[in-house]
Design a protein around this ligand. Structure first.
Ligand code: ZN
Ligand code: ZN
Ligand code: ZN
Ligand code: ZN
Length: 421
């Protein structure tokens, strides 16, 4: 395996512990020669400098381990639950001895020491580490005795994730998209959900999986509960739904907002409010920019739907929901059958028709012909709201006048115009 971290001291190396790695630079694999701490023999380093680097943080624990182990012997009766219990007891004793709770990585040195996964042999000489996940070791006898391939996939995902985030990349998880989740009905599983909303942009499958896993670990609880409520047809009777998160870990504490997804979804009026807010935002944006066409395939480049500066990222599914709603109120219509391109207009077509017709009447254009150019670009209409109107929107508006027998669209030469009655 390639050397992942190139021998450099990683700033937050105490974020996690792997018994198969240098604790300070996180190098591992056949090419790396590790030496255990001579005091406790629980933690390893690739060189003296890295051991020295960690010593001030490790010293007190190292001493406590030696003291406690003098009177404590782990006994292996071949029952893995019992073996795990003994590890927990050891952690407790050492914590008493130190007079403080152990840090997460310190606990991990006891929970996941370098030992044969089958027989718990800890003699480093006879152990071999899995080179893919760096999480599992085998003694010579048990190298081929259990199936590791299936679990290795997930352990490797954890490893890659740990290495990625310890190197300081993508450490903050942006979950603001949850505010814009509209229609959970369209999701059948977590992957669908993340595909639609997670906004994960990477070519690498491994990186995609890592980032997806980071989102999913927070979303799995609320979405599972949400799904259960759907299956049971349970609709909360009160608006102030109270969720008790029992035995909350720091993960829950830091991601409480994920639970709000339950508050947002089932309430029809909340959803209606969200959609109404989006509708007016979209119409305002298209009014100010004098644009008219939304291409759903290109919304990632549209500052309205995808705006990093205000943490707004709307997935295409949600944009479609908004467009459909705009369609219902007469403010949008699809330009093609697949509903990829839409025409958006901040007045309905009938309203535009009336506005143009009233202008024509008030300014003496009844009975005469105006070209489309004159209507939308001409000097006579400079002050008018429809000056600059998209041609397709104009044509559709004039067609409503045609239907009401108030005007007729006519073509002449290479030009198009309208005659008002
Ligand atoms: Zn090292
Ligand atoms: Zn030590
Ligand atoms: Zn073994
Ligand atoms: Zn493995």
């Amino acid at each position: 395996m390639e050397l992942e971290t190139k021998n450099k001291i990683i700033a937050n190396y105490n974020m996690f512990f792997y018994a198969t790695m240098c604790h300070v630079c996180k190098r591992f694999g056949d090419g790396v020669c590790l030496k255990k701490c001579g005091g406790c023999r629980m933690i390893a380093y690739c060189n003296r400098q890295h051991q020295k680097q960690h010593w001030s943080q490790h010293k007190s624990l190292c001493k406590a381990i030696q003291d406690v182990l003098q009177g404590f012997k782990m006994e292996d009766h071949g029952i893995s639950e019992e073996w795990d219990d003994q590890k927990l007891n050891l952690i407790l004793l050492i914590s008493f001895k130190l007079g403080r709770p152990l840090e997460m990585y310190e606990k991990e040195t006891f929970q996941f020491p370098r030992e044969c996964i089958v027989c718990h042999e800890q003699d480093g000489q006879s152990l071999e580490d899995c080179q893919s996940c760096a999480s599992i070791s085998f003694c010579k006898d048990h190298k081929n005795s259990i199936k590791h391939k299936d679990t290795c996939v997930f352990l490797e995902l954890c490893l890659r994730s740990n290495l990625l985030f310890i190197n300081g990349e993508n450490n903050t998880l942006d979950m603001h998209y949850l505010q814009y989740v509209f229609d959970t009905d369209i999701f059948r599983n977590m992957n669908d959900f993340i595909n639609a909303y997670g906004n994960i942009q990477t070519e690498s499958e491994m990186l995609y999986n890592i980032l997806a896993a980071r989102h999913l670990q927070y979303l799995t609880r609320p979405l599972t509960l949400f799904h259960t409520m759907q299956i049971l047809d349970y609709i909360p009777q009160r608006k102030d739904l109270v969720i008790h998160v029992l035995a909350a870990s720091y993960v829950e504490e830091t991601t409480l907002m994920t639970w709000e997804i339950l508050l947002l979804q089932p309430h029809a009026d909340t959803r209606a409010k969200q959609i109404a807010a989006w509708k007016s935002l979209v119409l305002e944006y298209y009014r100010i920019t004098k644009q008219a066409v939304v291409d759903v395939r290109e919304i990632h480049t549209n500052p309205l739907f995808n705006n990093a500066s205000i943490n707004r990222k709307l997935p295409s599914e949600a944009v479609l929901v908004i467009l459909e709603e705009l369609g219902k109120s007469g403010n949008a219509s699809p330009l093609d059958k697949t509903k990829q391109r839409w025409l958006v207009y901040w007045h309905t077509l009938e309203e535009w028709g009336d506005i143009i017709y009233n202008w024509a009447q008030e300014n003496g254009f009844t009975g005469s012909v105006c070209t489309f150019f004159e209507l939308t670009q001409g000097e006579d209409t400079n002050e008018q709201e429809f000056n600059g109107l998209d041609t397709e929107v104009l044509i559709r508006s004039l067609k409503t006048l045609e239907a009401a027998r108030k005007a007729e669209i006519i073509s002449f030469d290479d030009n198009q115009g309208v005659k008002f009655f």
